[in-house]
Design a binder for this molecule. Structure first.
Ligand code: ADP
Ligand code: MG
Length: 408
């Protein structure tokens, strides 16, 4: 049996009309010899009535620190609602479909509530309905641990569900349907002339996603890559084929082209970052100060990024939501950091930039020419990033995108 997986994001399912469009996509892909497995996210974004954030806020209104177990239970409801509606709509159109929770779909995870990892999949229920020509619609973003507790997979987790099922069912392709035309050289909400990439390697999209391009979850790419299952990121709202993610050749017979990593693939951004600066000269008990800082934060379960230790100063960042807690933890050990709230990270990503001189110079030039102060910077084989103030983020992304001539 040939199988394709189609995952639909929240904005693609937000209204009755949109779900009608989704039904059309599903039913036109389904053929006598091609079965479709559907994965859904919760409907809508942020303030929508059944969006994941709305469900979280409902609980947090009555208790700011709900138990992770209960939080997972309520968070798993959004996908159940959208999935049941979609199945009902498909059935009303004469297509037999069945809804599966993560548990019913056989998605077994570890017990890390809120950010669980999939351990294995037992797709027997899905295979059973497929063999009868029924369309399975699976709740994304959720699974069950070995004790039967419901878990969720973290932001973007529906992509991971789709990739995992794609691998488990040896699908021909995993289609990620979303509200943009595909993977672009930057977020099209920020950069008007962002260019659609018609093909991209797993490696490149993984780098982009890890650096913040939220169009697809990096874990999903890693999973699909293990088995070399092609993915396509494409729009629910158009007929275009979007971006093909693969390592192999692509195209129709007359336009076969080899895909290799580009020098620069794109520009990414992430916000909600706070930068901490500890001037060692201000610390009373200087001996082993670095170790004390990071041990204390680790003990408090606060994850720290962009660490930069120099003889006189320690720099690092934390997620905005952990700022107050991190300050408290440090004060308890007699350390009073300077905190720059409202920072953002912009990165130039290119899986083939290793060893190419001048990339950093261009990054610095683009930002300084436009009077965007660089608060911190760093690089790896595949990216160069700069920390900037949040208010400069959009501009920084635009000028970097221009500097590297990534636009249309
Ligand atoms: P879904 O709900 O379909 O999963 P997401 O909001 O998770 O949708 O991802 C799609 C969004 O990703 C787009 O609306 C776009 O704003 C954003 N995005 C960020 N970077 C990129 C990029 N490089 N290419 C395309 N989209 C991007
Ligand atoms: Mg998403």
């Amino acid at each position: 049996m040939r199988i394709i997986v189609q995952k639909f994001g929240g904005t693609s399912l937000a209204t009755l009309e949109l779900r009608t469009r989704v039904c059309e996509i599903i039913t036109s892909a389904k053929k006598d010899d091609i079965a479709v497995v559907v994965v859904v996210s919760a409907m809508g974004r942020e303030k929508a009535p059944y969006a994941t954030d709305t469900l979280i806020n409902m609980v947090k209104e009555v208790n700011p620190k709900p138990s992770p177990r209960e939080l997972d239970l309520i968070m798993s409801c959004g996908e159940i609602i959208s999935g049941v509606l979609l199945v009902s709509q498909l059935s009303a159109r004469g297509f037999e479909a069945r809804f599966f929770t993560g548990q019913q779909a056989g998605i077994i995870t570890d017990s890390n509530h809120g950010n669980a990892h999939i351990l294995y999949v037992n797709p027997k229920n899905i295979l059973e309905v497929l063999s009868r020509g029924i369309i399975p619609v699976v709740a994304g973003f959720q699974g069950v641990d070995e004790r039967g507790e419901i878990t969720t997979l973290g932001r973007g987790g529906s992509d991971t569900t789709a990739a995992t099922l794609g691998v488990a069912l040896n699908a021909e392709v995993i289609d990620i349907f979303t509200d943009v035309e595909g993977v672009m050289t930057a977020d099209p909400r920020i950069v008007e002339n962002a260019r659609l990439l018609d093909a991209i390697t797993y490696n490149e999209i993984c780098q982009l996603a890890r650096e913040g391009a939220k169009v697809i979850h990096p874990r999903a790419v890693e999973i699909a890559m293990q088995r070399g299952i092609p993915m396509r990121v494409r729009s629910t709202f158009s007929e275009n084929t979007g971006t093909l993610v693969t390592n192999t050749t692509s195209g129709t017979l007359d336009t076969i082209r080899l895909i290799s990593d580009n020098l620069i693939t794109g520009v990414t951004h992430t916000s909600n970052i706070s930068q901490f600066r500890i001037n060692i000269s201000d610390v009373e008990d200087k001996k082993g100060c670095e170790l004390k800082v990071f041990k204390a934060l680790a003990l408090a379960g606060i994850s720290v990024d962009f660490i930069n230790i120099q003889p006189e100063v320690i720099l690092f960042t934390v997620q905005a939501e952990n700022t107050i807690r991190a300050v408290e933890v440090l004060r308890k050990i007699g350390i009073y950091p300077d905190v720059e709230m409202n920072c953002a990270k912009v990165a130039v990503v290119g899986a083939a930039m290793t060893g190419i001189p001048g990339v950093m110079a261009k990054v610095v030039e683009a930002l300084t020419e436009n009077e965007i102060p660089i608060l911190q910077s760093g690089d790896s084989y595949t990216n160069i990033w700069c920390l900037v103030k949040r208010e400069h983020m959009e501009k920084a992304v635009k000028v970097l995108h221009d500097k590297f001539e990534l636009g249309k």
